[in-house]
Design a protein around this ligand. Structure first.
Ligand code: SF4
Ligand code: SF4
Length: 134
């Protein structure tokens, strides 16, 4: 089990905008707020968004995740022409905090995944990472 981090914890972290985290990412879970914000941003209804862009993580549970597509299992919201997230201003929390993972968001507990291969990592606090300009 990885170390649990709080907002004051220091982490070696960075982002050189390689967009690898929009590919082969596995399930990116959506909150109700994510669904409303992203569907509004795309100019469609929440139900249209759910039908076109999401799947159930477990058939017996209501939780939804973004679909992926193509050879590289790209997130369905990744714009492969512009090489960026097509919903960047309203992207899901799991993407905002990456490569941290929100273990318990109510208590601001995170852990650091090893999925990011950024070459320019710096040591900063979790709080600084979450409040950085993106
Ligand atoms: S967080 Fe890491 S994997 Fe994602 S774009 Fe930045 S450098 Fe690439
Ligand atoms: S929602 Fe955006 S940032 Fe998150 S994986 Fe999809 S394309 Fe990438």
């Amino acid at each position: 089990m990885p170390d649990i981090l709080t907002l004051k914890s220091k982490v070696k972290i960075g982002c050189d905008m390689c967009d690898t985290c929009c590919k082969y990412r596995g399930d990116i879970r959506l909150t109700i707020k994510n669904i409303h914000n992203i569907s509004r941003y795309l100019g469609i209804t929440p139900m249209e968004f759910i039908e076109k862009y999401t799947h159930k993580i477990d058939e017996n549970e209501p939780e939804l995740a973004l679909n992926s597509t193509g050879e590289y299992k790209e997130c369905i919201l990744y714009d492969s022409v512009k090489k960026r997230c097509s919903v960047h201003p309203v992207k899901p929390l799991q993407c905002v905090v990456f490569p941290l993972f929100p273990e318990d968001i109510k208590n601001d507990y995170f852990y650091l995944t090893d999925q990011c291969k950024c070459k320019n990592k710096k040591t900063i606090t979790v709080d600084e990472w979450l409040n950085r300009k993106q």
